[in-house]
Design a protein around this ligand. Sequence first.
Ligand SMILES: Nc1nc2c(ncn2[C@@H]2O[C@H](COP(=O)(O)OP(=O)(O)OP(=O)(O)O)[C@@H](O)[C@H]2O)c(=O)[nH]1
Length: 805
Amino acid sequence: MGDACFSTQLIDGDGVFNVSGLDNFMKEIKLGECGLSYAVVSIMGPQSSGKSTLLNHLFGTNFREMDAFKGRSQTTKGIWLAKAQNIEPCTLVMDLEGTDGRERGEDDTAFEKQSALFALAVSDIVLINMWCHDIGREQAANKPLLKTVFQVMMRLFSPRKTTLLFVIRDKSKTPLENLEPILREDIQKIWDAVPKPHAHKETPLSEFFNVEVVALSSYEEKEELFKEQVSHLRDRFQHSIAPGGLAGDRRGVVPASGFSFSSQQFWKVIKENKDLDLPAHKVMVATVRCEEIGNEKVASFTADEEWRQIEEAVQCDYVPGFGKKLSNLLDRCLSEYDMEAIYFDEGVRTSKRQQLESKLLQLVNPAYQLLLGHLRTRTLEAFRESFDKALTKEGFAVAARDCTEAFFEKFDKGSEDAAIQQVKWDPSKVRDKLKRDIEAHLASVRAEKLSELCGKYEAQLTKALAEPVEALLDSASEDTWPAIRKLLQRETKSAISGLESALSAFELDEATEKELLAKLEKHGRSVVESKAKEEAGRVLIRMKDRFSMLFSRDADSMPRVWTGKEDIKAITKTARSASMKLLATLAAIRLEEDGDTIENTLSLALIDTVRPGTTDRSIQSFDPLASSSWEQVPEEKTLISPVQCKSLWRQFKAETEYTVTQAIAAQEANKRNNNWLPPPWAIAAMAILGFNEFMTLLKNPLYLGVIFVVFLFGKAFWVQLDMGAELQNGFLPALLSLSTKFVPTIMNILKRLADEGQRPTSPERQREMELQPTNRSSYSNVTSAGSSSVTTTENGPEYSSPVTK
Ligand SMILES: Nc1nc2c(ncn2[C@@H]2O[C@H](COP(=O)(O)OP(=O)(O)OP(=O)(O)O)[C@@H](O)[C@H]2O)c(=O)[nH]1
């Protein structure tokens, strides 16, 4: 017995199905590859009726036969399975345990029925082995068997045409032509007698069976003849499944790969004594088998080397040609499934194919998503780089548009390349994310560039405005604010037109552009305003500077010498009103139109304090500066309020008063110094009359020294006693007044002479003395840079103004 005659016990005597035996058997004969091209033949018949002997001769199998010399007892137990030798297509042969129950006892027909039903369910051809002498006999040994066969056939839920080949053994000399009708009559009788379910009451036997009859000579007596007849019979089994072949209609056939599972299920259902539903059975087998095939394919796909490499590569980076590679792999896997599942029920096969496909796609999807993620990151990075480069060559909007377009095209190409042909996965979510990322990048670069640009123009504008405005405010006059307005307008216009043309590259919407231009315009104004605030903070110093400039210097900016001819009152008034003008200029920001009355109000309140016709200031009932806001000037434009002006003025006056006093004193002193000489006629008389004394003096220098000392004393008396002033009141009163002052004056002269000897008395020194207190107090008002300028006065409230740098 070689491999070719391998046989196995399919179901043992106790009804246990040999699953592993069958699986081994199928692998051995490669049944799984046969698809639908296989046939199943089984044999039934009384015990020891030569069934095994017939099968072995007919199909070259090796079923156990009873030794002819040991007597007729049961040799075949349960159901055995073997492959027919040299019969095409692959034909499975089943040898069933004999049916007359001699060994199991008369009542134990359960196994007989079960095995008969099993054979009918799985076989295309059932051989019914019978003795020739049983034909036409009432007590024929095969009658219970046939009865069983017909009865159980009804339990197959749907009719199925099986070929029943009656093999008449030990044929007599009676020709088959005579025996066959008798046999068919016997069969019909049995069929008619079998109780049938209502649905099959009228169904003829031919609906269920193809009945064929063959007669064989005795193997024991005419072996050669037997073998010859068997050989002829064997030919009928060649190509049994072809149209017109011996096999039945094969309605219940399952693909060969499902044979094991199908027969197990049949046996299970038969053992549980349930009716067999062939179509349902076919579907069930198809479901299980297709599922198994699908699982096998998923497992082989997972283990596939090519897939593993792609999966690994996609963890790190984008894999070019991903879609094509994956499509091929999936295609291969699915077509393998198709090949293996082709013979199973189409509905089941298709739905299981869909399941397999979706399982495979589920398996592949994470890699696809990862790939798209890499594609998105790559595209975004490349976009950033290329956009930065493009910005150096073209305008923002053009660069943004071109780059966005180009990189979306790249992304689309990449996602097309990643697309798997079996499924339409939508990359739009990733595309949208890319879009959002690109837009965010563009927005941030745009904001950065715009702020750079605006900053540049703001700095330009600041530079163009700050110093000129400071200079204009410093030389505050009536034209200051108009000049500032003109300057602001001109510079703002030029900055705006510059920014406008720079902004055109951004293609901004009208509102945004307007907003940016308005911001620049506002910036220009704020520069002027902050400069004005800064200057307003230093107003007191500026006022004092202006005052001392006008007071202490003449029209040619030369230092004044108070000779006595100057009208100090007029000069003071001019200097004060110039300082007041400065205060008026810095009191408010006038970027629109002047139109306010600040200067008039200040002039009325501070310069023309004494009304014509009145001498007493206290009678002025109305104080125009007793207010915290100017008429017609909004609060935000006010730099110095009326009250603050008043207080500043008071402080200004207090701090400049000393200069005026000093000037008056100097003038008085000068006047006096110039009045000591006698009239010219007296000098001429003295020269003529005193000629002799003069000559004496020249001749004797000692007299000259004495006269000089006497002159010094005389001069000192004159000045100290203010003789000129005293004499203006008349000689006698002057004499009385001088007599009372005489002694203290002598003491004073001596003391002064001592002092005069220690310090110079030049006119410069005199000026220094005049200016010193003023300057000292001026500088006391200058606080450190960047802080507020605060001037504290004894008389007025504290004035403070923030200084914007
Ligand atoms: N008279 C007669 N005897 C035969 C013939 N063929 C075989 N035998 C004999 O019948 C006996 C039983 O043969 P098996 O082939 O074992 O019979 P079986 O039906 O398989 O027996 P079980 O498996 O036990 O049911 C053997 O001794 C055979 O020699 C035949 O054609 N005529």
